[in-house]
Design a protein around this ligand. Sequence first.
Ligand code: ADP
Ligand code: MG
Length: 524
Amino acid sequence: MMAGPNGQPIFILRDGTERTTGRTAQHNNIAAAMAVADAVRTTLGPMGMDKLLVSGGGENVLITNDGATILREIDIDHPTAKLVIEVSKNQEEKCFDGTTSAVVIAGELLKEAEGLLQQQIHPTIIARGYRMASQEALKELENLGWGPTGDDFFGVAHTALTGKSAEAAIEVISKMCVEAVGMTADGEAFDMDNVKVLSFEGGAYDESALLPGVLVEKEKLHSTMPMEIEKADILLLMSAIEVKKTKTDMQFNVNDPAQVEKFLAQEEKAIREMVDSIIESGANVVVCNKDVDDLAAHYLAKAGIYCIKRVKKSDMESLHRLTGASLVNDDISMDALGSCSLKEIKFGEHRCTLIEKDGAKTVTAILRGSTGHSVDEIERAFDDALGVVGLAFNDGTLVAGGGAIHAWLSYHLRKLATSKGGRVGMAIEAFANALEVIPRTLAENAGLDPVDTILDLRKHESFTHGVSTEDGIVDMIDEGVIEPRSVISNAISAATEASVMVLRIDDVISMKGGAPPAPPQMGM
Ligand code: ADP
Ligand code: MG
């Protein structure tokens, strides 16, 4: 409501529009964002607990301690809470790890800000201090870290997997990730597309394996087709091997049995011709994206040709990259073929086809777990760890984990706060305090005294000493707890952006009936 020129009120909002303003709006927004952080806080770190997410009246359950997964699955309505969830999504997309940390930092930045707001410090000043602090932290991070060598990659995978419920499989998965990156990375670059992941329920996790090549979840069409082909000439066929169906439904009135026979003979001939063209090309393996008629399968088997059908497009493309074969429709010729070796293998009940090639830059990771839930969690863990190891490989700088870097940056920023002084200095100090939430929460979740731990940590003034859940404060590099630097820097900048965005809002107008405002894109 505003006052018009003659003092009469002017209503600019439609009746029934909900609106909160000023401190109330700020307070509510901050509380909602902090609630999101609180929801995932206890999952942080090696001693973090899992969450059991239940939906559909108990039909679907999901056990996880992955921050991004939890926040993706739970129903959250509040607009500023959604901003914080965006932080975890951004972190997941860019870094595959550090999602819980990013959200917890965002929550803590807002909690600290709330304290400053209560002291009547203007949100714009807080935002300025936070931005300054974040920039300085990122600048300081540039001075820290080292390029990974040897066992470092294993340490990175291991750290990323610690505390996940798939932890039993940690050694196996870490090793597989490092090998997968080693086998597929081309020179300096690793591309996740070259690692195909398949998981099968049933079987122990340590039966998980890395297979060179592409594993296709399809079995050969005919039992008499060969089990194994050493020197395969492979045809990648995008079209079906069947008689083309007419578009319209036609009905024949057939009185003469000879007519039926003639018709069938024609169909047979058409299929025969297609199979003949395959045989002539010299192919002894056919991978078909579409359907293959039974009769065609029979002829192919008779010719000693291995064939699988209805293979996914993505697999067709992987096979194209692996074998050099072209993806063809009807221009079947020798030139279109690729080379590889092939065998049928079995995982539990699943018969699959493994297509390999020496020196291949494509691998398939087979993950096993006893139940659907455990295999799902193993798959998520593998994906994350692979992403993180890839990150370490591609833009490789590593730093110490366990809150070591956060403690150091906090120490570093306090010096800046003192030199700046004034209200901005207070905001920078608040930012420094907020970063300590990582070592503090790691300590809390491990049952250590958080205050003692933080005081102890501050005394070290080091960027490698962090919180070991067993031994208190130790050098994390000695413990092998190491992370790509970008996991840390991205979390800090994403959390800063989100908290500043929440802070600057002092008016929440809910638009009834209209579409809710889309959460703004974060410029990171
Ligand atoms: P996030 O989603 O942020 O990755 P995690 O639950 O995976 O959350 O916890 C990550 C934190 O746990 C990081 O700060 C990491 O350095 C720390 N961490 C991992 N392994 C250890 C360990 N063995 N000892 C201490 N801290 C660890
Ligand atoms: Mg993690």
